[in-house]
Design a protein around this ligand. Structure first.
Ligand code: S3P
Length: 443
């Protein structure tokens, strides 16, 4: 692996199979919530295992601008630990500058919910990618509760939000499954009078419902519905963040492609809403297993093991399972590209709303690798090529999207020859030490 310039990186094939045990950095979704809920709470929360990455730094900067006192320090393992003293019942302070959420959709969308009950005027913005991503899905329910946005009908950032001290509790049927939307509505619900309920078409990740009780909130949550009763002020808590299964997915999928590999990822979240990729790999015939070790609050964690398996076969993933692999479809599509037969991911249009249009990025990148992939209606098809060999000198575009950068890096690491990945530094968003983990696992 060598840097060509600051943005393009040449990824060379691994010299040896991946063998042994490793850990991955803290879960990104849980880290954002741990920081934001601590900032909203009365008192000082203690956090450990928080992901040190650009996205989580965006949430930390945002809550600092709003008056939370953040004392997190980098530990020897690279994670962040320490205390956050929240604004509690006195509320966030009026920031004197716009809040720049960088590349982080989670920061922007969760923040909109947290700010909903407070009479301050906050401009929320982000980088070029975030300024293209849809926000009306969040502003629409919040406006129903009484929050003001300027421009009112805006689909994209920058948006100025002014909260309302007399928020109405609502019952909201979400048009799409999105944990960010669900969380924004529930956080706003904590400032409203009465019960706020959100129903979703299929279950999205449930970290908010699992973590809010740690901050004293009683939530009712079931398969496709979650409620909170307001008004309620969060109470400081202690949160230990397990490893990120979405980062682990890259290592496990690499083991599927690189012959002779056998790895274990330890201390990783085993939340079922997040480890759908293990089910998908099982359906492809892969040797993957999970071992429960314990739980951190209500979040289960343990070990995910994966061994190289000859002759993976294509499979079909139904639309209601897509939320449990929403961030893993790119890397699973690369595994599908090496399996026999066709893999179908049903109902994947939400992938068009991510850091880049991940459907277009997958189809284009696989096409460069010589693999057929196409959309039919809302479904993504990948026609696998067992023993896939790629020509030298391919350049794959990360589209400045961390998950595409890591997916294309895997092609260079695990196939027969080097590839160049453009804008590789986008991995800093969720997994800054991605390449060094591979170096450690290579024997
Ligand atoms: C996230 C939810 C998902 C996911 C994103 C993180 C979260 O987005 O893709 O990486 O932390 O709530 P959606 O809520 O838009 O599905």
């Amino acid at each position: 692996m060598s840097a060509q310039d600051t943005n393009s990186v040449v990824i060379n094939p691994l010299e040896h199979p991946l063998v042994g045990a490793t850990k991955v950095p803290g879960d990104k979704s849980i880290s954002h919530r741990a920081v934001l809920f601590s900032a909203m709470a009365e008192g000082t929360s203690r956090l450990s295992g928080v992901l040190e990455s650009e996205d989580v730094r965006s949430t930390i900067k945002a809550v600092q601008l709003l008056g939370a006192e953040v004392n997190l320090e980098v530990q020897v393992d690279g994670s962040l630990s320490g205390g956050i003293t929240g604004w509690g019942s006195k509320g966030p302070k009026q920031p004197d500058v716009p809040i720049d959420c960088g590349n982080s959709g989670t920061t922007a969308r969760l923040l909109m919910g947290a700010l909903a009950p407070w009479p301050i005027e906050v401009q929320i913005t982000g980088d070029d990618s975030l300024r293209k991503r849809p926000m009306r899905r969040i502003t629409a329910p919040l406006m129903k509760m009484g929050v003001h946005f300027d421009p009112a009908g805006a689909e994209t950032l920058p948006i100025t939000e002014t909260g309302d001290t007399d928020l109405k509790a609502i019952k909201y049927d979400a048009p799409m499954s999105s944990a960010q939307l669900k969380t924004a509505v529930l956080l706003a619900g904590l400032g409203a009078n009465g019960v706020t309920t959100l129903n979703e078409p299929s279950p999205s990740r449930n970290h908010t419902e699992l973590m809010l009780p740690e901050f004293g909130v009683s939530t009712t949550a079931a398969e496709r519905t979650a409620s909170v009763t307001g008004p309620f002020t969060l109470k400081a808590s202690e949160i230990s963040v397990p490893g990120d299964p979405s980062s682990a997915a890259f290592l496990i999928c690499a083991a599927m492609i690189k012959e002779g590999s056998a790895i274990q990822v330890e201390n990783v979240s085993l939340n079922t809403a997040r480890i759908g990729f293990t089910r998908t790999l099982e359906r492809m015939g892969a040797d993957v297993s999970i071992t429960h070790i314990g739980s951190s609050g209500k979040e289960p964690y343990g070990i995910i093991s994966g061994c190289y398996t000859e002759q993976l076969r294509g499979c079909e993933i139904p639309a209601d399972k897509i939320p449990s692999i929403v961030d893993e479809v790119p890397v699973l599509s690369l595994v599908a590209a090496t399996a026999s037969g066709i893999t179908v991911f049903r109902g994947v249009t939400e992938l068009r709303m991510k850091e880049t249009d991940r459907i277009d990025a997958i189809i284009e990148g696989l096409g460069i690798l010589g693999v057929e992939a196409w959309m039919n209606g809302d479904d993504l098809f990948v026609e696998g090529q067992p023993g896939l060999q790629i020509p030298e000198g391919l350049v794959l575009d990360s589209c400045k999207d961390h998950r595409m950068a890591m997916t294309w890096a895997l092609a260079g690491l695990c196939l027969n020859t080097s590839v160049t990945v453009s804008n590789f530094d986008s991995v800093k968003v969720s997994y800054p030490e991605f390449l060094s983990t591979f170096e450690r696992l290579m024997r």
